[in-house]
Design a protein around this ligand. Sequence first.
Ligand code: AMP
Ligand code: MN
Ligand code: MN
Ligand code: MN
Length: 306
Amino acid sequence: MEARHGIVGCDYRDHGGLVNRKVAKLYYDLHTHTVWSDGDLEPASLVADASAAGVRVLALTDHDTMAGIDEAARAAHVHGIQFIPGVELSVTWAGGVTVHVVGLGVDGANAQLRQALENLREARLKRGRAMVEALSAAGLGGAQSVLERPGIVSRVHVADWLVACGHAPDRARAFKRFLVRGAPGHVAVQWPDIGVAVDWIRGAGGCPVLAHPSRYRLSGGRLEQLVRAFVEAGGLALEVVTAGLDAGEIGRLARLARRHALHASVGSDFHKALPWRLRPGGLPELPGDCRPVWERWPAIRLQGAD
Ligand code: AMP
Ligand code: MN
Ligand code: MN
Ligand code: MN
């Protein structure tokens, strides 16, 4: 149990004579969501669940918003776990592929980032209005309520409305029938370029991580191109361990990270409790030859070793 929940075998403290195996039992989850984007839990509940699951270093990385960060940080303090403020930005690569870049350790008070997030909130609201209209034109009226939520407006909220109204049996089929490219409720959106998103993250003192690289369904060559573009833009880490990957895929991503001299991150991408994923965390270990992204946070490492 301990080995499954710990990240063992990483010599990530071999710099400056700081080797301390105790820290290897820290359990990291550096990619999670709350109701402020498309997750099911309030920030305090997410933190409580993560803590109960054995997470000791948690990042909240809602899509295009940091509205849940303060509540999560307070809850992390109460539970005695380390908290990393984060965000997950949508970007458009090569003219049409949507890719996600997680920013870890970003300063939510940074003026440039705040303005960017405000603009993204508006862009999502605008797309939401267009989706509501497109669905109405297709005979599915009444989705306006999704525009009134306090958090960002995501396709997930439109999907849930479609399910609640009986227009689709579940979220996955709501996406497939109505919300993906070519479907009646789809509205094209141009997200920022990778370089712009990476600049916002680095400008706010954060570490840009290319999220869930296997989920873009790119060929090996295209993924290599994407990673190269990310590195050229100033990206610093690759999410090597995330939910749903087998050991072979994790190994492949670990080699990809090494080839491009990127750090490796670990995140469940937790959105909601599912029968097969009840809590944040529960991830396989990072391969021992990776350079964990938390090498970049000496304060966390030292506190974790206590
Ligand atoms: P958005 O950023 O508003 O376009 O919404 C994208 C989000 O929808 C992703 O972050 C996923 O959480 C979720 N999502 C994307 N595709 C699907 C799908 N086929 N089924 C269920 N959820 C999906
Ligand atoms: Mn999501
Ligand atoms: Mn994502
Ligand atoms: Mn995510």
